[in-house]
Design a protein around this ligand. Structure first.
Ligand code: CTP
Length: 401
């Protein structure tokens, strides 16, 4: 059974779709999962805790300040003692609470206290789903790393209105649960990986710095995928605005020299994937105080010094990881420049991409890469960065098979 032994905390919030949660519980349990239900006050207006508890074969939790429940399990343990939190149906109101960090009932408190993956199956009237407030909350939750399934399009049960807002069907929700819990193989179990990601910031003075347009999306996605294949991953990230990936140890740094130190401190490792857009130069002597304009004087010159090349250091290190992968950000002669980086930096693969502004790759969600290996080149089609990450992780895993 594909979900054998998986513990799912199911939060049911108020909506007519709550009746489908009964079927959902049955489907999850059929696949071997245990389901621990939490119901909001609104949910209990649509289905009874008795019916939910009977199908789940577990106690139904409803109160934040229930002495009996708190002694029994407690909201912190409810939030942590599970493999996944599933919210089905998720109302617009519960999404708003989550997006803003409210904790005024049991469900919202659990959601604020958890460190587990959270999957949401929204269900609401199409006008509520497309309302700017819900759009905003959806974007916030998405960037907080919350996963979504649905909503689907169709006719609303209560009003007959058409549009997006119906809760996804129970079997589609089950499929999303399976994908997230990933019961798949772990070919990198027991392997240690170091990944760098994001830009570096090189200070000019305490308030100014040199930077680049890297978002960290590709590096973070690779760290996530290596972890999903079972590797113990340390991610050394420059300053980015995306969240730390789940299931990965993340070290935050600013400057190239700090990034190098963090990478070296984490050797030995089996795998190194250097995705960061490390600044090639730093300001030779950054000012300790803010540089002021001096009336009548010329602008201050910026004297640059070369930064350490982290990939090259790793590629030629006495403790060189078995597999070293670098990236090459190019705007011209992608193949030739990539191959010369492979040799110069001592890498096993260079993932080369064309970062000319018209490609939209730097900072964007999609990527088109050329894999340059010792045995030859391979062009991958345009894909989202997540898909590129999956393929790179699989390629890496094939070396340890
Ligand atoms: N890299 C690194 N340390 C640096 C510069 C680059 O570790 N100081 C790594 C990057 O993480 C990437 C690879 O080297 O994996 C190539 O980066 P790229 O910016 O394309 O190459 P550069 O060496 O900076 O060469 P150039 O700017 O001349 O193209």
């Amino acid at each position: 059974m594909i979900l054998q032994g998986k513990r799912i905390l199911l939060i049911i919030s108020g909506g007519i779709a709550a009746y489908k949660s009964l079927d959902l519980i049955r489907r999850l349990r059929e696949r071997g999962a245990s389901v621990r239900p939490v119901m909001t006050a609104g949910a209990q207006a649509f289905v009874t805790p008795l019916a939910v508890g009977a199908l789940a074969a577990d106690k139904v939790f409803t109160e934040l300040f229930s002495r009996e429940d708190e002694q029994d399990v407690g909201h912190i343990r409810l939030a942590r003692d599970c493999d996944l939190i599933l919210i089905a149906p998720a109302t617009a109101d519960l999404m708003a609470k989550m997006a803003n960090g409210h904790a005024d009932d049991l469900a919202s408190t659990i959601l604020l206290a958890t460190d587990r993956p959270v999957l949401i199956a929204p269900a609401m009237n199409p006008k509520m789903w497309t309302h700017p407030a819900t759009r905003r909350n959806h974007a916030t939750l998405f960037s907080d790393g919350i996963h979504f399934v649905g909503p689907a399009s169709g006719e609303m049960a209560e009003s007959g209105e058409k549009g997006e807002g119906r809760m996804a069907e129970p079997l589609d929700i089950v499929a999303a649960v399976e994908a997230l819990l990933d019961t798949g193989d772990k070919p990198l179990a027991g392997k240690k990986a170091i990944v760098t990601s994001g830009p570096t910031h090189e200070p000019i003075d305490p308030v100014r710095y040199i930077a680049n347009r890297s978002s960290g999306k590709q590096g973070h996605a690779i760290a996530t995928e290596l972890a999903r294949l079972g590797a113990a991953v340390t991610l050394v990230s420059g300053p980015v605005t995306i969240p730390d990936p789940k299931g990965v140890k993340t070290i935050h740094v600013e400057r190239a020299e700090e990034m190098r130190d963090a990478v070296l401190a984490n050797l030995p490792a089996d795998i190194a994937v250097m995705v960061a857009a490390v600044a090639d130069w730093r300001v030779a002597s950054a000012a300790g105080n803010k540089i002021k304009k001096q009336p009548g004087e010329a602008p201050p010159p910026l004297i640059l010094a070369e930064n350490p090349d982290i990939l090259k250091t790793i590629g030629h290190h006495a403790k060189r990881p078995k597999l070293v992968v670098g990236f090459a950000a190019e705007t011209q002669n992608v193949a030739e420049n990539g191959r010369s980086k492979l040799e110069r930096k001592g890498a096993d693969y260079i993932i080369a991409n064309d970062v000319s502004p018209e490609t939209g790759i730097m900072g964007g969600d999609r990527n088109r890469v050329k894999i340059i290996g010792k045995a030859g080149d391979e062009d991958w089609p345009d894909m989202d960065k997540q898909a590129v990450a999956e393929k790179i992780a699989r390629l890496i895993a094939s070396h340890f098979a």
